[in-house]
Design a protein around this ligand. Sequence first.
Ligand SMILES: *Cc1c(COP(=O)(O)O)cnc(C)c1O
Length: 377
Amino acid sequence: MNFIDFNRPCIAGKEMDYIKDAIYDKKALCGNGFYTKKCTEHMEKNFGAKKALLTTSCTSALEMSAILLELGPGDEVIVPSFTFVSTANAIVLRGATPVFIDIRKDTLNIDETMIEKLITPKTKAIYAVHYAGIGAEMDAILRVAQNHNIYVVEDAAQGVDARYNGKYLGTIGHLGTYSFHETKNYTCGEGGALLVNDEKFIDRAEILLEKGTNRKKFMEGLVDKYTWVDVGSSYVLSELNAAYLYAQLESRDAILKKRLSIFNKYYAGLQSLQKNGKIQLPFIPPHCRSNGHMFYIICGTRDERSRLMKFLRDRNIQAVFHYVPLHSSPMGVKNGRSATLPVTEHITERLLRLPFFYYLTDTEQDYIIESVLSFYK
Ligand SMILES: *Cc1c(COP(=O)(O)O)cnc(C)c1O
């Protein structure tokens, strides 16, 4: 078997046509042009976002969210330790304190039953991550937030096109963020989006996006000078990336269908190991619809994971793991607050992700499944 990468980016088909069109026909390469509008309209119409803004990454969108919530020194923000660094970095960049929370054993999402206990008079927001494109318990999270008058941001980097109780992830909290990084379901290399679901944040979000200027109002003819009115940064996505992304969004259904079939095939092929108690497989609550973002298994021990990883590597299969828990990382220790997080620590030592991408063939997937089964035989 040829080497099976962990990820290979999907090409939907029309990417080059749209990029050429942006260059030669639309003759506009900086952001907020024709293809940006196509992408944001697509997200607003199909996902139900009040306002979608394309950004250079999900990291940028998370940074914007922290500015919009006016996080600052003395503020506390509840965030899972089991996430990518960008979720917590956005909080620390504003001088606020991440308060790390544990995850549920089944979905590996924020444990909503533990939020209440972590809330203090300083708590300003909850950042919920939708791990593996499976929704965190948004109803419960929003209820606690409402009771304490705090904000909810959804890090839906992995959750584009997935749903919770019929609603698209990223459109449920006050703000939501998407990633279009090469490793995500729909991509343009590097890119992201900020979804503004609470209308009171829309105007300021558009200013932050444009480096703290009122360029948007100027372009619309609403003001006659364009000037520095707020903080901000260079968060606008280039039209070249937006053109690529639009081709992907147009093919959303086909990409989703293929990814769900890969997920289901892994699940069917490996569920005997779960029944035997050897490994744990992903769990999708009945009110959630996954987007087939990833497939992971939870091994029995850390050592078993290392041996399985090596076993697969020897068979030309690239399996990977993540995350190093943020609460025990050097930056987390220095800037955050945390109790012990037993589930996070248990999971991060045992989780292994299997190759997952649009072009994964049946033959390759059969070979991966058969390899995992034979490891456990
Ligand atoms: C990928 C990812 C990010 C970062 O996305 P970028 O677009 O690369 O900035 C943030 N949070 C989570 C949970 C992610 O998976």
